[in-house]
Ligand binder design. Structure first.
Ligand code: NI
Length: 224
């Protein structure tokens, strides 16, 4: 499932992130990938150990926490601390698959879902599309500032060269309570329908049954 979630950040949060990132010190993005990724990757990142990265990451996590669609779609169990990157001057990241197990503290986070939160408006730069290859073909994603794309970490993807301006984004990985993409999609469809029906004048007993089905499927498919 590819899911576009608009308006994750408020205008104030976006302005705060942009101001801080425009003044930040950046390092070579190849520091955080293996040998295969390092050959394909040409961008800059905030250093992993930087306190700014931690502070801005908290802004992103707090924004995600108040979004019911994000929760319903991702069913996040563990979320890796958000990172920030910048592509400019022809910078790109060739086709790759994200690593399956990501170091986090003393343990690991399994990457089920990859997220990119766009921090620049499309008019600010040329190129920089996130190209995601899945069973239905290739999808080019270039979203308004403050919007997020959620996609399966198993998919082949790349970032096209940025030929004008700069593309700033936050990116991170999620280990979902529900590992399987099709099961997670089914739960999200059901969740959306229940919330939609709940807002109308529909039959309360039917909504109760559907809510029961949702939780019983979640019980079958979720791990904690
Ligand atoms: Ni990637």
């Amino acid at each position: 499932m590819l899911l576009h979630l608009p308006g994750i950040l408020t205008p104030d949060e976006l302005a705060h992130l942009r101001g801080a990132l425009d003044a930040a010190g950046w390092t070579d993005g190849r520091e955080t990938v293996g040998a295969q990724g390092a050959r394909a990757k040409r961008n800059e990142q905030l250093p992993d150990a930087s306190s700014l990265r931690a502070e801005l990451g908290q802004v992103v996590l707090a924004a995600l926490a108040r979004n019911p669609d994000y929760f319903g779609a991702a069913l996040p169990l563990k979320t890796l601390a958000p990172r920030f990157n910048r592509y400019s001057d022809g910078g790109e990241y060739g086709f790759h698959v994200d690593g399956a197990m990501m170091r986090s503290g003393d343990g690991y986070v399994r990457s089920d879902l990859s997220c990119t939160l766009f921090l620049c408006d499309p008019a600010e730069y040329d190129g920089g599309e996130l190209v995601i290859h899945d069973t239905y073909g290739e999808h080019e994603v270039k979203l308004p500032a403050g919007d997020l794309i959620l996609y399966p970490s198993s998919s082949l993807h790349r970032v096209a060269p940025v030929t004008r301006g700069a593309r700033l984004a936050s990116f991170f990985w999620i280990q979902s309570m529900v590992r399987d993409d099709a099961e997670r999609q089914t739960l999200f469809d059901l969740d959306l329908s229940i919330r939609q029906l709940g807002g109308g004048t529909s039959d309360g007993a039917a909504i109760l049954r559907l809510t029961g089905i949702y939780h019983n499927l979640l019980r079958r498919w979720a791990d904690s």
